[in-house]
Design a protein around this ligand. Structure first.
Ligand code: HEC
Ligand code: HEC
Ligand code: HEC
Ligand code: HEC
Ligand code: HEC
Ligand code: HEC
Length: 633
């Protein structure tokens, strides 16, 4: 980058240092404390932006390779090395971000030896890894030649064709399987984006936009390194024009398939529904295909370098937006919650991209990537080095200009990042559970309860005190109050049996992390991260069947009247009606002979509202329905 644009590098350095700090925090305190990922939004910025969109943007490596080696279109040869450099950086930064995105980064190598051939992710992992290796092999002659290892470089040149063909095969495989990944979510992904053609959409859009990214890179290179923008009369411009035309042709096919698919599947109805998803979809299609195709098709814009740069930028932006839609935004309405990446996630995402940018500049400036002029540029830079006073020249010599400015960026970046990203400070509210509500003691004094769990109007007048007296006052409670919330006694049934018909799930997994850490006196920076071992054996797969039984901890504080054997039995409280009938009717049926009250188990004994109806009405209908009908009326 020439001196006027030097600030670009300074900004990149700044983001690199912020990103470095976020890596430290992520490794130290874990994903839970540093990201906003959740069960509803399990794939966030790192996976979708850096990995899925990152590899898609760098598809140019294989498409330009295919044009030159496969179709023998020699005129694109000057762009092969830049395209491969882009692929190398795209894949390198994706793999790096992915390493930090998985739960245990030190296990990134597992798919190499532990094969799960039923998984698309397994295929993607292998393809990305192999293709990354291919880009290294393709790129290394450039470095080896400068290091004087010409013979090794020559050997690599000779096998280049085979390597490139392997790369093409791997690339097309995993781009479509990245799309296939999302096929497993038909009920969750918004219908505008969900289609069985996702694999085809993915590979076509990546190929088209990947080519446009190479065009853009060439135009930017001229702007930054050749000290003047590309002009329409330049030698290289016709080449860029025809490359852009190929990209636009692919994007035309992509656009056509998407529109036909939209019509055929009936998903177009969602496009005219006027929801925010319809707008997003329209913008995405406009940016990713319509604008680039139109700009390349219209002769006047095709002949203008700035217009071509705009078309390429639009294609790249549209591609990224598409991956974000399929991977993040498309899930919001099903999850009924929006995912907003945490500051830490932004910091790492941008940091990785900035690092890739710096490597790009470094390689372009010091190796023969775009042209052979790097030596001349270097010398020129020396000559034009600003001639300041002595002290600053000493500094520049001692530290070297680059290092000097980078450390200045670090001085600015690191304190700011520390304050903003410090995980223990930003996420405390997410870690402390809301305490169980205290019981309302006064209510115990009420002699008669009017039970109407769902406020449906079909209330039962329940002589609470009478029952307690009959069953032995103080010892009676356990006949009905079979379980209480921790630390409480005779918790009202409705606190756990929360739904009239369906069972309620009592166990709050995340609230337990910090509750268990507190009760077990665990220590550590983020204490809750160490709670897992209290319930999950390290060797077991984590899940309901292997977790520690609830009563092992709660026997002392939840006053259970009977043992619950099933592993998660205590987590599912039956529906309210079932809880009532299971308690009240079961006893009334048992007691009716002893109490000489044959009517005791009849519906009207408890559902007093039935008494006002004539016996004829009640008898005329099946009892269950009679009552529900009364309810409805
Ligand atoms: C020993 C007492 C008792 C008997 C006998 C009894 N129930 Fe219930 N039932 C209850 C209680 C208590 C509730 C909970 C009431 C509430 O929260 O609205 C209930 C709830 C219901 C509900 C749900 C009410 C709603 O609001 O959705 C229906 C329906 C019902 N009972 C039907 C019957 C029928 C039919 C019979 C006779 C076969 C019967 N019950 C016998 C105690 C009884
Ligand atoms: C025959 C069964 C039965 C017995 C015996 C019983 N209860 Fe209850 N108790 C209930 C039912 C049913 C409710 C209604 C709770 C609900 O729907 O949440 C209740 C509610 C309560 C409530 C909350 C009142 C409210 O307004 O929410 C308290 C406190 C309570 N019982 C204490 C006791 C104590 C103390 C004993 C023993 C001395 C006892 N109960 C014995 C069935 C019983
Ligand atoms: C602390 C939570 C909690 C409270 C409070 C509670 N229950 Fe339960 N209840 C459960 C759980 C969990 C189960 C399922 C596990 C089991 O069978 O013990 C259950 C099961 C039951 C069942 C058996 C349902 C079936 O599947 O056959 C009945 C009946 C019942 N509860 C009645 C009551 C009544 C009546 C009250 C209030 C007096 C009450 N429960 C209060 C948690 C609770
Ligand atoms: C209080 C005990 C307890 C603690 C502490 C605990 N778990 Fe669990 N875990 C369970 C139970 C019970 C289940 C099954 C119920 C469920 O899925 O919510 C489960 C399920 C899981 C599952 C599979 C289902 C899912 O939600 O994805 C994973 C993964 C898991 N736990 C990870 C963890 C991690 C990581 C920690 C530590 C931060 C942890 N658990 C701490 C009890 C616990
Ligand atoms: C390793 C011990 C441990 C295990 C196992 C465990 N818990 Fe807890 N649980 C706790 C602690 C500690 C608290 C906090 C108690 C307090 O607030 O006093 C708690 C709180 C609760 C609460 C009240 C807070 C809330 O979330 O509303 C419920 C309900 C509960 N646990 C249910 C369960 C169920 C159901 C299981 C089994 C699936 C289970 N627990 C397993 C330790 C445990
Ligand atoms: C442990 C046994 C038992 C349980 C549990 C029980 N009852 Fe009763 N209930 C009785 C007995 C016994 C009587 C009194 C019979 C008599 O009059 O001698 C009675 C009487 C009643 C009466 C007064 C009936 C009348 O017309 O005089 C109502 C109403 C009633 N129960 C409702 C309920 C409801 C609602 C529940 C559940 C929340 C319930 N009972 C749970 C044993 C039980």
């Amino acid at each position: 980058v020439n001196e006027e644009n030097r600030w670009i590098k300074d900004v990149l350095w700044f983001f690199v240092f912020v990103g470095l700090l976020s890596i430290v925090f992520r490794l130290w305190s874990g994903l839970g404390a540093t990201t906003n990922l959740s069960d509803a939004a399990p794939w966030g910025l790192w996976k979708i932006l850096n990995m899925v969109a990152g590899v898609a943007l760098s598809t140019g490596g294989f498409t330009v390779g295919f044009l030159v080696y496969g179709l023998k279109l020699e005129r694109f040869r000057p762009l092969v090395k830049p395209a491969i450099l882009i692929a190398f950086l795209g894949y390198g930064s994706s793999v790096f971000a992915l390493t930090l995105d998985i739960g245990l980064p030190h296990r990134i190598w597992h798919p190499l030896v532990m094969w799960n051939e039923h998984s698309f992710l397994f295929e993607v992992a292998w393809c990305v890894m192999l293709y990354f290796t291919v880009t290294i092999i393709e790129l290394s002659p450039t470095f080896l030649e400068r290091m004087g290892l010409a013979r090794l470089a020559g050997f690599l040149h000779r096998i280049a064709f085979g390597v490139v063909v392997t790369g093409i095969a791997l690339s097309s495989l995993h781009h479509s399987s990245l799309g296939s990944l999302f096929l497993v979510t038909p009920q969750r992904l918004h219908p505008l984006w969900y289609t069985s053609l996702l694999p085809i959409h993915f590979i076509l859009s990546a190929m088209g936009a990947g080519i446009m990214v190479v065009v853009l890179a060439r135009i930017l290179f001229a702007r930054w390194f050749e000290h003047r923008p590309i002009a329409a009369g330049d030698r290289t411009f016709p080449m860029l024009q025809s490359l852009a035309s190929i990209g636009a042709a692919v994007l035309t096919g992509y656009l056509a398939i998407r529109i036909v698919d939209l019509m055929a599947s009936g998903a177009w109805r969602h496009l005219v529904a006027g929801t925010w998803e319809s707008w997003l979809y329209a913008i995405e299609l406009l940016a990713s295909a319509v604008i680039p195709v139109a700009f390349v098709a219209i002769p006047s814009t095709r002949r203008s370098p700035p217009a071509l740069a705009f078309a390429s930028t639009s294609a790249a932006f549209g591609l990224v937006l598409n991956r974000l839609d399929v991977g993040i935004f498309g899930y919001f309405s099903d999850a009924k919650t929006a995912y907003l990446p945490s500051l830490n996630e932004w910091a790492l995402s941008l940091g990785v991209l900035a690092a890739a940018g710096l490597v790009f500049f470094h390689v372009v400036e010091n190796y023969a990537i775009f042209d052979d002029d790097w030596k001349r540029r270097r010398i020129a830079r020396r000559e034009f080095m600003p001639n300041f006073d002595r002290a600053s020249r000493v500094w520049l010599r001692a530290l070297g200009g680059e290092l000097n400015r980078a450390s200045l960026a670090a001085v600015f970046a690191i304190p700011v990042a520390w304050v903003l990203l410090y995980p223990a400070a930003s996420s405390t509210d997410r870690l402390t559970p809301s305490p169980a509500t205290a019981p309302i003691a006064l209510d115990a004094e009420r002699a008669v309860l009017r039970i109407d769990g769902n406020r449906g109007g079909m209330a039962t007048v329940f002589p609470h005190r009478e029952h307690q007296d009959r069953l032995g006052r103080k010892d009676s409670c356990v006949h009905c109050h079979h379980l209480s919330l921790p630390g409480d006694h005779s918790t009202p049934c409705s606190r756990c049996h929360r739904d009239m018909e369906r069972a309620s799930f009592l166990f709050r997994h995340e609230a337990h992390f910090s509750a268990v850490a507190a009760s077990e006196g665990l220590t550590g920076w983020i204490r809750s991260n160490h709670s897992c071992g209290e319930c999950h054996e390290p060797a077991d797969a984590r899940g309901p069947d292997t977790a520690k039984p609830c009563l092992d901890c709660h026997r002392k504080d939840m006053a259970p009247t009977r043992d619950i054997v099933a592993p998660l039995g205590m987590a599912h409280a039956a529906g309210y009606r079932e809880a009532m009938h299971g308690t009240c009717r079961a006893c009334h049926q048992k007691e009716r002979d002893r109490a000489e009250r044959p009517d005791l188990a009849e519906c009207a004994t408890c559902h007093q509202s039935l008494r006002s109806l004539s016996p004829m009405t009640v008898a005329a209908r099946p009892t269950e329905f009679a009552v529900t009908d009364i309810l409805r009326r």
